[in-house]
Each structure stands twice: as C-alpha cells, then as structure tokens.
Design a protein around this ligand. Structure first.
Ligand code: FAD
Length: 464
C-alpha cells in the first residue's frame, strides 16, 4: 500500500508540523504499537500530528486516497480501534500540552494528552479533572466515551466537566464546540465517542482535590467474598461524595505493604479513597474493619497523582487483554452468588473484576444532558478484565470474561453499557448501549458532521 502512496507521502511529510512514519521508517515498529499487546497491525502511514492543521491535512490525504482512517489518543482502545492495517493513523500524541488557569479553575488539554499529563499539571495547583484510574490512558478516548474514576462521585464523569472542545471534522473544518457554539456537536462528543471528528483540544472545569489525599487498601481471602460484597453494598451508597470505594476481585499485589504470605493470593479488596479530611477517611475504614477484620490493611496519606497511578504497573503496555462490562443497579444476593463463583475462575493472576461506584455528582446530570451510554441512576459499572502477560493465557481469560458476563446478565438492568468498555463493535451492541432515542439523535448529528462515515473505527454510529 505504501508504495502506491508514492510521492504523496513525501508531500504530506513536508506539509505537516509533526512527523510521519511508514513501513521502512526507523521508528515504524515503535510508533505502530498500541497498549493491548494482543493487537498487532501495520498501518500504511502514521501521521503524528502536532496541530489542528496537521489533522486536517491527514484527513484530506486519507480521504483522497480512500484509506481507512483510525484516530489515536492514548492508544488504550482494548479492541485496537485506534490502529488499522494498510490505513492511515492520525496519532495525536504530540498534542499533549496542558495549560491550567487556576483562578478560573479551567484547564485546556491537547487531544493526545495522557491522564498523567493532565494530573501532573493540575495537581501543581491542587486541582483535578474527574477522569480514569490508570494514568497512561488517553484523555481523548476516555473523555469522548464518558470517563469514570475515583472522582466520579465528587465531580461526575469527565464529560460532565467538559466546557468546550476544538474539533477537526471530516471536511477539515476546525470548529469550537460548546454550549453556545455547535451545541449539537458538543452534546454528541460528550459520550458519542470519536464518531464526530478529531478533538485537538479539550477544555475542562477543575475541582479542588489534594495534592495529598487518603488511601485505604483492605484485603480478604476468597472465602470471605460474600461478606465483603454484602458489607460494600451497605456502606458505599451512604458515603459522603468526598469518599469513594472500588470493589475488586483480584490477587493481592506483590507490594511491600502486603505481607509475603498474602502476596499473589486471590481474594477481594476494598480500596477506600478520601478527598476530604483524614478523620473522615479513617472513620470509614474503621467502620469496615470493625464489621469484617481484613487479612491485610494499609492506610496512608498519598499524593492524588500517585493514587491515579496505583494500577499503572498491573496494566502495563504490552499485556494481552480482553474486557467485558455491564452496569449493576444493586449488588443483589443473586449477583453476589455469581461474582463469588466467577472470581476464583480467573487464570491469570493479573485478571480482575472491578466495581466502580456511580452516584453523587454523576446522578445530578440529566439523562439528555449528554450522549453518555448509561442511565444516571446510582449504580455500579462492572468490568471483567482479562490481563495476561502471555497470549496463551488470554485464551482462558477471554472465555472467563465472557462466561462471567453471561452469568451476570440476569442481574443487570439490561439497558445501556459503557461504550469505552465495549470490545465487540457490532451495530446492535452500539444501538443497545445508547438505546434507540439517543442513538437516533447521535446518527442525525453524525450525518451533519461526518456524512461519509470517515470516522468509523470506533463504536460506530452510522449517519442517519
Ligand atoms: P485510543 O485507543 O487512542 O482511542 C480510542 C478511540 O477513541 C479511537 O478509536 C478514537 O475513535 C477515539 N479517540 C481518541 N482520542 C481522540 C481524539 N482526541 N479525538 C477523536 N477521537 C479520539 N475508562 C474509564 O472511564 N475509566 C477508567 O478508569 C479506565 N481505565 C482503563 C484502564 C486501561 C488499562 C484501559 C486499557 C482502558 C481504561 N478505560 C477506562 C477505558 C478507556 O476509557 C478507553 O479504552 C479509551 O478509549 C481510551 O482512550 P485512549 O485515547 O487511550 O485510546
């Protein structure tokens, strides 16, 4: 394919502010890598864009030559949506500038920045944007699908804090989308994924967080699973929104704070984070400890930026991964039965089952305020993630994630699912994720901004 692109590639190379890589380039194999080690694709050309005009040139180049176009922020798409065999990758990684206005409590972030870039800049001022839990994830893909993490209860999803965005659309126009400008586009990019154009800059509202916050890690063995889950369902919904608890079915990490005999042991953890006072956090941890004394307990003040990096190593680049996800309105006794049956069946010690709590500020946004693929009633987002150092192990844990999801299905509300965790990209799943009315509204907006479906390597919404 690259040979047929011929001199066009040289012209593109000299026209852009950024860099271009193609088969034969010294950096090609490094630049084409994506986070999921299970994805190995060979694009015809990777355009590392350093400006909105680079993005417009790359789109024009790809469309003119009939190349399939993939857009890459942090490269964490589990299914490899941000790369493509024989096509053109718009790599936004050079666009990672972060500029904070601490007085207005606003931040502008390049479309290719990572959460770590965002956290580092905002935490200098004791401020933060609600985002995800692994700091090498891209702000771009995470935000466009929703963005949930430690601060969701306190400040809502990432999209709930989005003020405006600069978007390069399929015809190369550079637009600003906000409540006042291209309001339809602004609605669609808050949950509709990368369907509507390439976001070269996001502007977010900031919250006061940290820089020092509080972490509690409490761990129990497999046999106490049902008790841990019952306790979690009692405690979590009543918590002040400056606290959060992540429920995890996992193997205890080989960390210095885990006594050697428990390292690598399968079980359940509650990770209690506190963004208010140390006393408030300590009181919740003490309540949990009194109800169900854990095997391992580690409580400490910690920089918020470090809390954001807790899972970075366990989710390192190059792991072979697969994921299924669902929403749970309640952790019912039936769901507990399924979870405690399934968690011990993982093959890889790195595979996990995680429960993010969605309530508080999350539930204060209206169903129609954004295009988010999930109802705003209080709930849990559940992730069944196969994370394997070797591809052979993933065969078993892909099957595990699927059967776990099947078993949990009767206990889920049956509406919506988080599109950022949807690995199967078939149309019916995307329809079901949004529901008919939202999907149709998104499809109408798609037909205004991308009638030719140039941006289809995503959870695709067809122009309607
Ligand atoms: P990429 O693979 O670069 O992009 C994914 C898709 O997003 C692309 O196909 C493209 O369509 C689109 N896209 C990306 N950037 C842009 C842009 N600037 N403009 C237009 N389109 C763009 N999600 C959460 O909400 N919370 C979490 O805690 C969380 N943790 C995660 C941890 C890991 C290890 C992984 C792998 C994923 C996690 N996710 C989480 C899911 C994550 O939100 C999605 O995988 C998301 O797509 C990643 O964004 P990215 O920019 O890194 O991905």
């Amino acid at each position: 394919m690259t040979s047929t692109l011929g001199s066009g590639l040289d012209i593109l190379r000299t026209s852009i502010d950024g860099q271009l890589s193609a088969p034969g380039s010294a950096d090609y194999d490094e630049v084409r890598r994506v986070w999921n080690g299970d994805i190995d694709r060979r694009p015809a050309v990777i355009v590392r864009c350093a400006s909105a005009s680079d993005v417009a040139l790359a789109i024009e180049f790809g469309v003119a030559r009939g190349l399939e176009i993939a857009v890459r922020g942090g490269a964490h798409s589990m299914s490899g949506a941000s790369t493509v065999d024989d096509g053109l990758v718009i790599d936004l990684s050079p666009l990672n500038r972060v500029s904070v206005d601490p007085v207005a409590k606003l931040v502008r972030v390049g479309g290719g920045a990572l959460l770590s870039d965002l956290d580092a800049a905002t935490q200098e001022h004791g401020l933060a944007v609600p985002s995800g839990m692994v700091s090498h994830t891209g702000v771009g893909g995470l935000t466009l699908g929703g963005g949930m993490g430690w601060l969701t209860r306190l400040g809502g999803l990432s999209i709930d804090n989005l003020v405006s965005a600069e978007v390069v659309t399929a015809d190369g126009s550079v637009l600003r989308a906000s409540a006042d400008e291209h309001a339809d586009l602004f609605w669609a990019i808050r949950g509709g994924g990368g369907n509507f154009g390439v976001v070269t800059e996001f502007e977010f509202r900031l919250h006061e967080v940290g820089p020092i916050v509080h972490l509690g890690f409490l761990f129990w063995g497999l046999e106490q699973g049902a008790q841990v889950l019952r306790l979690a369902r009692e405690v979590i919904p009543g918590l002040d929104r400056r606290l959060n608890v992540l429920i995890a079915g996992l193997n205890a990490p080989p960390a210095p704070f885990v006594p050697e005999q428990y390292q690598g042991q399968p079980g359940y953890a509650l990770l209690v984070t506190g963004f208010g006072s140390a006393e408030q956090h300590a009181e919740v941890v003490a309540g949990i400890r009194a109800e169900l004394p854990p095997l391992v307990e580690f409580v400490t003040p910690m920089p918020f930026a470090a809390v954001q990096q807790l899972f970075d190593e366990a989710d390192a680049w190059g792991m072979h991964c697969y994921e299924k996800s669902a929403y749970l309105d309640e952790i019912t006794d039936g769901a507990i039965e399924v979870i405690t049956e399934q968690v011990p069946l993982r093959s890889s010690p790195l595979s996990v089952m995680l429960f993010y709590r969605l309530d508080g500020a999350y539930s204060e946004f209206g169903e129609e305020d954004t295009a988010f693929s999930g109802r705003r009633t209080p709930k849990y987002a559940v992730f069944m993630v196969g994370v394997c150092p070797e591809p052979e192990l993933l065969v078993a844990d892909r099957a595990w994630a699927r059967s776990c999801w099947e078993a949990l299905r009767p206990h889920t509300p049956g509406v919506g699912c988080y599109i950022n965790a949807l690995t199967e990209q078939d149309e019916s799943r995307v329809h079901a994720a949004y529901g008919e009315a939202k999907y149709e509204r998104l499809a109408r907006i798609k037909s205004s901004y991308d009638p030719g479906n140039v941006f289809h390597r995503n959870l695709n919404i067809k122009p309607g």
